[in-house]
Every structure is written in C-alpha cells, then in structure tokens.
Design a protein around this ligand. Sequence first.
Ligand code: ADE
Length: 234
Amino acid sequence: MIAIIAAMDKELKILLNHMQIDLIDTIADKIFYQGKLSGKDVIVAKSGIGKVNAAITTTALCLKYDIEFIINTGVAGGLFPINSGDIVVSEGVMYSDVDVVQIDPDLPYGQMPGDPYIVYADDALVNKTINTLNQMKFNYRKGIIASGDQFVTDSMKLKPLQTVIDHLYAVEMESMSVAITAFKFNIPFVIIRGISDVIDDTLQVQMYTNSVEDIADMTASFVISFLEGYRWIE
Ligand code: ADE
C-alpha cells in the first residue's frame, strides 16, 4: 500500500475527507488511517510536528505495514526564488540544523555522522510527480528540502547549507526524518510541499498564518490528483 504522512490536522483534512477509511490504528501517540484514496490502497498517518515525531511515525509504518512507497506532504517555508503557493518536489532532503563540525571538521554542516548528507528521493516518483504538476499547470520547482526543529524566518540560519547547495528551495520540520527512515528501510519516497511562507519576507509570519490552511488544502488536493493518475508499472 501507499503511505502518506503529514504532520498537522490542517495538512490531513482534505486527504481524510476524500478517503474511504476502513480502519483506524494507533501506535504510540500516532494515528494511522487505512483505506482507499483515489482508488488506491493507502495508509495515511498523522506524524505530529518535528523530526522525532516524523521518525517515530515512519518507523512504525515501515515495521507494521507493507509499504510500496511513502509520500510526505504538507506546507513549507520557501527560499528565493520560490513564491508562496508554489510546490517544491524533493530531488533530495537534508538536515537544516545538524552541526557536529567542531568535533569532526571533515563533515559539512548539516551532516549527521554515519548518515548521508543528502538523501535522494526516488527518481521515478519524482518524475511522476512532475508529470502531474505539468499536466495541472502548477508552479513548481524540483530541489533540495531541508528539515530542522525550528520555524525558520531568517535565511542566515541556512547560509552554511546555501553556500554548498544552490537549489535549496524549501525548509520544514519533518521530511529528512521521513527520508532517512525510508532510506534505512529501503522504501522509495517523495516529498511534496506547498509553500505557505517565504523566508526573510517582512510579512512572513502573517503570510503563514493567513495562508497555511489554503496551501495545505491545495497541496493535499494535488496529492489526491497524483494518486488518481498514478500507475506503479507504466
Ligand atoms: N513550515 C512552514 N513554513 C516553515 C518555516 N518557515 N520553517 C519551518 N517549517 C515551516
């Protein structure tokens, strides 16, 4: 079955409204909705916010269910040249807040010892996402997404990453945990995030507050369309 993970109720609302829910399961404090969406067998999970919550949720999914691939969806902050309302698709994902440079100068800022610097998303899933985005005439970019346990309002925090990665387009709080867990369980994944706020904008926080629900709905609706057109073997 296809797993869809989102952090907040706002990001799950449209998915759950359109889903035929057959079973609701709870593992730890995480809720898993099993059923059909767009004619596909799915398990939709609410992770909660942040890296630990996302890692717990993804691990539980990988251990308990037979997962074909994982979609992590929801909102994110955008970095130049991304605009509010754009969609960012993961070429790959990295940490925004890992720093062990003082004890291991060979590791770049952002890399956890023993783990990849960037975890790359599944090429076929990324290409299929982009095909659907093109068909639906969405504004989108494929790039690197960074995750950390912080709501970022100042791009200076991301400078150590941006000096290395020229196509870091979005920042949020879960996708690297989903990605690294999926990578360790050898399960394909893609991250699809709608941009709710533009980092460094003087009105960023208001932008987030005013648009988060609409952008979450738009992004979830896109995921439903993606699933409708989705064929695993083409
Ligand atoms: N989710 C949405 N906007 C975000 C931001 N600016 N930083 C972190 N997570 C976000």
